[in-house]
Ligand binder design. Structure first.
Ligand code: ATP
Length: 262
């Protein structure tokens, strides 16, 4: 097995909430002592019901949320130490796709500009090579070249999610964290997006983190599954093992509540 690109060690995230008294805010333990390793060529599925802490964990993985305690190691270096070079490399190597491409993409920018943006920010290539990379990215995600000139508002949900995937691929990441990437889409296009992610994972040996409340969707793409409940990983193992012989009652409950595929 390849060395981990990213390791989360004993991550805790405690949110302050408004639910306490006026003078003493409450606390919510959104992620409770979670450790995971992410490797190239491997899909880790994270499943759990709404509010179990999946998105908070995803935000820690991609550096959008600092943990309350614990460490995030990128190629064995902590990203929490704010070393600029490590964080820059981390930003290029770990990409994220969110649930709703309608809000994740700037609706007023053309698709070409959306895809040029990360290349320009990270000063990759020159103007001509960036435009050629945009054409390549559209190809990779199955969009026609004419899509470069449209704005996301003119596209369907599935097409917009393809743009979000192309943007996530722009910097040739090692890891893509996909947080509920198919939940906002019509059922008819969900399988297409899952297959696209799976194909890209194989083609580029990507490490994929696939997060969903739907255990059947997670099963479709994952090598390994971690089940979350109340901020903790309560069971994890190879996808077949979780499905064929779950050891935890909560996992059995999730399986029982999910009769249909996708
Ligand atoms: N910034 C925040 N401040 C306070 N509480 C928060 C914050 N972000 C999340 N929470 C709370 O932390 C818990 C975990 O939320 P999180 O979004 O990580 O769960 P989730 O499993 O992704 O759920 P969903 O799929 O509904 O987003 C929830 O109870 C949520 O209300």
């Amino acid at each position: 097995m390849s060395a981990p690109v990213l390791e989360l060690r004993n991550i805790h995230v405690v949110h302050k909430t408004r639910s306490g008294s006026l003078f003493k805010p409450g606390k919510l333990h959104a992620v409770n002592d979670v450790s995971v390793s992410l490797r190239r060529g491997h899909t880790l599925g994270i499943v759990g019901e709404s509010g179990c802490g999946k998105s908070t964990l995803a935000r820690v993985m991609v550096g959008l949320q600092a943990p309350t305690s614990g460490d995030v190691l990128f190629k064995e270096r902590s990203i929490l130490k704010r070393d600029a070079a490590t964080r820059e490399e981390f930003g290029r190597t770990i990409s994220v796709i969110f649930q709703d491409p309608a809000t994740a993409l700037n609706r007023r920018m053309t698709v070409e500009n959306i895809l040029l943006d990360p290349l320009e920010v990270h000063r990759i290539g020159n103007a001509a090579s960036r435009r050629s990379r945009v054409r390549e990215l559209l190809n990779l995600v199955g969009l026609p070249q004419s899509a470069a000139d449209v704005v996301p508002g003119q596209m369907s949900g599935g097409q917009r999610q393809r743009v979000a995937i192309a943007r996530a691929l722009a910097l040739q990441p090692d890891i893509i964290v996909a947080d509920e990437p198919t939940s906002a889409l019509d059922v008819s296009v969900r399988a297409q997006i899952l297959n696209l992610l799976d194909d890209l994972k194989s083609q580029f040996q990507l490490g994929l983190v696939f997060i969903s409340h739907d255990i059947q969707t997670v099963r479709y793409v994952s090598d390994e599954i971690a089940v979350m409940n109340h901020g903790e990983i309560i069971e994890r193992g190879p996808a077949e093992q979780i499905f064929d012989s779950p050891s935890n009652d909560y996992t059995r409950k999730l399986l029982g509540a999910a009769p249909s595929l996708l």
